[in-house]
Design a protein around this ligand. Sequence first.
Ligand SMILES: *Cc1c(COP(=O)(O)O)cnc(C)c1O
Length: 246
Amino acid sequence: MSILINENILHIQQRIRQACESAGRNPNEVKLLMATKTVTPSRIVEAMKTGNTLIAENKIQELKEKYEALKPYPHTNHFIGHLQSNKINDLLRCEVQCLQSLDRITLAEKLQQKLEQKDKFLNVLIQVNTSGELSKFGVAPSQTLALVRAVSRLDRLCIKGLMTIGIFSSNVTQARPCFQLLKQLQGEVIKANIPGVSMDELSMGMSGDLEIAIAEGATIIRVGTAIFGSRQYPDSYYWNENKKID
Ligand SMILES: *Cc1c(COP(=O)(O)O)cnc(C)c1O
């Protein structure tokens, strides 16, 4: 099993290098994030032995379950799933360093409050719903700049960029307009020159469409299946938790 994980990661790294070469980009600009939903701690550790130590969960429950087992291994935790505000304490306790899925001001305000209490800071990406699909979370593209402005006033949250999930389609080229839109929004935010806001990171692209995402400017690609194999549950299980907002 671990040999397979190793080979899969080597293959992903090769795809990243090739995509960067085609796009005229430096491969060092693209970070590989391993999406570890449904993956056991022992398999995550195997994958991290390759030197890739940026990992992310979608569900707080899984984050909590794996926290102790992964603790001895140096790694960086991001969170890429929908976050309900009553789970903020768990998120902070599990030492998540970046919340990639911040998509509403009510959640941001509750985060600010908890972070103040704990005297902590948190990196965030603003998640944008670039596909317009009802089944995906994320702020509407037209509301992105306003949300960035509002979150920028909360001093415990450090905005580092934008995140999106491209359109869900067997035809991966359909994701390209989603990625182009995220890049365009990044440009608009940069132009607005909002104090304290960094737009260095564009988190977009997954197992099936990472080449397209890299061509359109991704700095973080989030890869699950291509490293760990296919999952038992459909992605809708993770992306559309009954569309429950709080
Ligand atoms: C699962 C997941 C990924 C990785 O998807 P794969 O197709 O398995 O590579 C990326 N981003 C998010 C938000 C995910 O939930």
